[in-house]
Design a protein around this ligand. Sequence first.
Ligand code: AMP
Ligand code: GLY
Length: 419
Amino acid sequence: MKIVVVGKGGREHALVRALAESPGAPELFCFPGSDAIFEIAKPVAAKGLENLITWMRENAIDLCVAGEESYLVKGEGLANLCEKAGIPCWGPHLQSAHLEASKEFAKAFMERHGIPTAAATATASIEEARTAIAGKYPTVLKFDGLAAGKGVAVCLDEAAAESFLSEVFVQRRFGDGRVLVEDFLTGPEVSIFAAIVDDRYVIFTPARDYKRIGEGDAGANTGGMGAVASRRLVSAELMATIEKTVVAPTVAGLRKDELPYRGFLYFGLMLTPNGPKVIEYNCRFGDPECQAVMPLVRGDLANFCLLGAQGKLDPRLISFDEGWSVCVVLASAGYPEISRNGDVIRGLDQTPASARVYHAGTRRKGDGTWETHGGRVLAVVSGGPSRHEAVAAAQEAASKISFDGMQRRRDIGILNFDS
Ligand code: AMP
Ligand code: GLY
């Protein structure tokens, strides 16, 4: 089986490795990929989306796996183009990927299908936004489009709201677009992943990510500084509620609205005192949650995705380890404001064999050594029968690696738990 994975980050490194470890030993390619990914997958000699499709057809690719979201919503959409070319694609069509690309579209979808979420009003100007906020703080403002994780502001007061609204409507920082004014919710967050094939689904191991740069959830938002995954993150009772009130109605809603879906769907949930509510949908696996979840997946992920892309969901092809998995991200100097490139990474050969090190932003130099090349540089993942053992193993493995200005949180898998 020949598979192309689309993306270049830590999530794609983890996906490529999980697919490579599938029993049939598939031949892997990655687009655009990275130096580290190219140690286990071959590069695709293509530039741009149309070119990629032609290359896949010419090279008799059996399956295209969408790692990141950008290509799903680019041009005609990766999955739409794959379908036209007769290439099975694990990742949804353009019209369905709007669930991630447009917060207004996602909100209307949830309201239409009775899926619990924060109440919200769409606004088109500063004046409309002010009216919708109506002096009530905290309030949550969301730019209605892809904004590289910068499009959401939880505003504690009027000054914060005015500053965000000015960025959106005056400075046009994210381009044209409206703003959702949303009720502020409270509660722990959890990331749920479903593999959806038309009207059926399998729920993967749940996870929690840590978005802030600093320990204790202090400082700026980032792409994610770590994650913890385990079936025990969510009780069986709560998972049943999530499935009944969120996952099943979402899958039914996709069918009703004729939104084709074959691929991973990420539900960002907040566990509020009034039950689980959807904060956001993402039309792909989470990053860095994927790096924590993939080591728990057993069986034949490659065939699971191939059959899924062809419209046949076979849950028997995969299973999930009990126990815990913890992912600790090592970020570069200055991240997230800037990310310094070119720092030499030491100790990559010192981590224990039981740990997995996924590369998110690295580059291999001519002499074979690795250097930083991006904000989030590496994700170090270890497992264990208990959360504390997994945390200790991941931190121990991460401590072997160093580079100048390296940033690492020590409270991944500890903060936001009772003990
Ligand atoms: P999003 O990009 O939609 O995932 O939002 C980023 C983060 O903002 C979430 O992970 C939450 O921590 C926070 N957030 C989003 N919506 C709300 C809300 N309605 N109430 C409270 N916090 C929110
Ligand atoms: N972990 C959050 C995301 O993938 O968007």
